[in-house]
Design a protein around this ligand. Structure first.
Ligand code: ATP
Ligand code: MG
Length: 305
């Protein structure tokens, strides 16, 4: 469905996307996971045909995406990261404007507006000015505004930023349902929990480059360790930490040591060592690796630094 081949985008001297290649198949729920400034919104804007590329090729269903040709633009919906609503107008008026932009008129437009409001539980707020809405309600409206023309392909750029857990769940469930019904979705986020929970395939992006691409399980096999042991960084664990660096990767954040044993380092040896140092077992928790750990491994940084 969507293909990007060696796509590059520059803003002056800054290279925001650097030779990005990826494909998204019909029906996929694809996550673009990366920290601030990674290039997620830039990628979305290129796919939406809002900005020209500086190099490479993008196609949607085999048709080249360009800023000049609106045909690919109408085949997709874009939920922009920054709310694209008219705060002085009410919910219904906002949807009407978006629907008309996509050429919907008359009873069809009315029906679609009804469905959209109902889908995100805003029917009873339809006559209220959008500026009186909570952030979560505005996000929900922003989402359905992109779907009025029933695109086959949806770009969601961090649609849950600033949203309370309840609205967040409502958005997740709605997107999951649309995906089950056949909508192909590209979803950008800097929350690994969202990428893990929602998406069938994940691309990790940083500094304009795709660093890793695959299902969650495929990505986690790229880590050179199978689990991570965490323990507090306190005076009593200093000696342990000093000894561990020889048998794996040790990093420290927020007062917590994270130890990732090398594959040849036996956990039994680790626990023998902690016992000999007189450290109680309750200090240690062991965890399956996460995308966060993979990001750290690939970049040397935390996803949310
Ligand atoms: N219009 C612009 N003009 C100049 N530089 C830009 C512009 N838009 C983005 N950039 C730069 O391009 C890089 C990628 O930005 P982009 O907005 O695509 O990142 P992002 O992954 O969406 O980040 P965030 O998670 O903060 O939304 C950043 O270094 C940013 O400063
Ligand atoms: Mg962005």
């Amino acid at each position: 469905m969507l293909h990007l081949n060696q796509v590059t985008k520059r803003y002056g001297a800054l290279t925001a996307l650097d030779g990005v290649s990826l494909h998204v198949a019909p029906g996929e729920f694809f996550a673009l996971l990366g920290p601030n400034g990674a290039g997620k919104s830039t990628l979305m804007s290129l796919v939406a045909g809002l900005r020209p590329v500086d190099g490479g090729v993008l196609t949607l269903d085999g048709v080249a995406i360009t800023t000049a040709d609106p045909s690919t633009r109408v085949a997709l919906g874009l939920v922009p990261q920054h709310l694209a609503l008219y705060p002085e107008l009410n919910a219904e008026q906002n949807l009407r404007i978006f629907g008309e932009l996509y050429g919907l008129r008359g009873p069809l437009l009315r029906d679609r507006i009804e469905e959209a409001l109902a889908a995100v539980q805003l029917t009873d707020r339809r006559k209220d000015q959008v500026k009186t809405f909570s952030e979560g309600m505005q996000r929900r409206l922003n989402l359905v505004a992109a779907l009025l023309h029933r695109p086959k392909f949806l770009l969601c750029d961090e649609p849950t930023v600033g949203v309370d857990p309840q609205s967040r769940n409502a958005i997740f469930e709605y997107l999951a349902r649309l995906n089950r019904e056949g909508l192909t979705i590209v979803y950008s986020t800097h929350y690994m929990e969202e990428a893990t929970r929602l998406c069938s395939r994940i691309g990790i992006i940083d500094h304009g480059k795709i660093l890793a691409l695959g299902t969650l399980d495929e990505l986690l096999t790229k880590l050179p360790f199978e689990e991570e042991i965490r323990f507090p960084s306190v005076a009593t664990t200093t000696a342990l930490a000093a000894q561990l660096s020889a048998s794996g990767e040790l990093s420290t954040f927020d007062g917590t040591h994270r130890f990732r044993p090398r594959p040849d380092c036996k956990l039994s040896a680790f626990y023998t060592l902690t016992e000999s140092l007189g450290l109680p077992a309750r200090l240690f928790t062991s965890q399956r690796p996460t995308l966060e750990a993979l990001f750290l491994h690939l970049t040397g940084r935390n996803l949310r630094e």
